[in-house]
Design a protein around this ligand. Structure first.
Ligand code: NDP
Ligand code: OXD
Length: 306
């Protein structure tokens, strides 16, 4: 079995070693144009040339959860696209979102600046009922985040394409329930995949429906957010702030208004990193299962786009 490794922005050697240790009989190497045909590709944002030159690939295994970069390419219909299914990302996402939520609601940024000024001032305790948290996307990551937030006794809502039942979470679904979801939400967390249906979903119309003093946590993709609409709603005071991990252009360009906005916190697409050993173990397991003809989790549904 031949496996080719084609991942942008990833140091290949430790991955090649880890994959080789998990699949000792496989011939595993870094992809080069003109390579002989492989059975599987391990990928992250590969060039179109990979699929043009390797039309026989049985599967391309993505070393991330989001497959938007892959779906922007022409992939042969016979090549399955398989994404990471948690692999240690959901707990990181839960940490990040709980941090952002609690930093905002407990006003830690105020305490940080007070401490710099040597000022001892307490703030009124929060009423959790004033900060209902709505999570867009109740998949592998969104469901874990919803449960983590519920542990802190905030009211939690979630929205997905198909109906869900998650204890402690008011689950809504489908386009017809989006407005109701937004109207009940003050802290909005985005964990949707980027698809033609969800692109620009965070816009003036949707964000205006959130409760006044809303806060946005975008940890999915930059192209979900219409950036100027967020800036305008921060200006009017409808939005109180945002913590953003993902951007339309990454790295976020120098001089972008988000860098210096006093009510926006920027992090560098780091909310849930791909963990190498967990991911290698998952990919090895999936390749072994595919070779045995067994089903694997995380196969991308091309019609849905995720
Ligand atoms: P999943 O595919 O498991 O979950 C996606 C969720 O979104 C599902 O609940 C799905 O509904 C819902 N959904 C999709 N389309 C729609 C729609 N049109 N209307 C309503 N709901 C919809 O994905 P993951 O949870 O694993 O990952 C989510 C995203 O997080 C990734 O696609 C990626 O972009 C981003 N991500 C960001 C990272 C970072 O570091 N910033 C790291 C990892 C991922 P249903 O359940 O009904 O199918
Ligand atoms: C992912 C990501 O999709 O890192 O896994 O954004």
């Amino acid at each position: 079995m031949r496996i080719t490794f084609c991942c942008t922005d990833t140091k290949p050697e430790p991955w090649l070693q880890g994959l080789q240790a998990g699949l000792p009989k496989a011939d595993i190497s870094l992809w080069h144009s003109g390579d002989p045909p492989a059975d599987y590709a391990v990928v992250w944002a590969p060039p179109q040339a990979l699929f043009d030159q390797q039309p026989q690939l049985k599967a391309a295994l993505n070393i991330g959860a989001g497959v938007d970069a892959l779906l922007a390419l022409q992939v042969p219909a016979t090549t399955k696209l398989v994404r990471l299914d948690d692999a240690g990302m959901s707990v990181q996402m839960a940490e990040y979102v709980c941090h952002a939520l609690i930093r905002h609601t407990r006003e830690f940024d105020v305490f940080e600046s007070n401490a710099l000024a040597g000022t001892w001032t307490r703030r009124k305790p929060l009423a959790r009922s004033d900060f209902p948290v709505g999570i867009l996307g109740l998949g592998v990551l969104g469901a874990r985040v919803a449960q983590a937030v519920a542990q802190f006794e905030f009211p939690v809502l979630g929205w997905s394409r198909s109906p869900k039942n998650i204890p402690g979470v008011q689950c809504l679904s489908g386009a017809q329930e989006l407005d109701g979801f937004l109207a009940k939400t003050r802290v909005l967390v985005n964990l949707l995949p980027l698809t033609p249906e969800t692109e620009n979903i965070l816009n003036r119309r949707t964000l205006s429906q959130l409760q006044r003093g809303a806060y946005l946590i975008n940890v999915a993709r930059g192209r979900h957010l219409v950036e100027d609409d967020l800036l305008a709603l921060l200006e009017t005071g409808h939005m109180a702030g945002a913590m953003l991990d993902v951007f339309r252009t990454e790295p976020l360009p120098a001089g972008h208004p988000f860098w210096t906005h006093p009510r926006i916190t920027v992090t560098p697409h780091t909310s849930a990193r791909t963990l190498r050993s967990e991911s290698i173990a998952q990919i090895v397991g999936k390749i072994q299962a595919l070779e045995r003809g067994e089903p694997v989790a995380g196969v991308v549904d091309l019609a849905r786009g995720y």
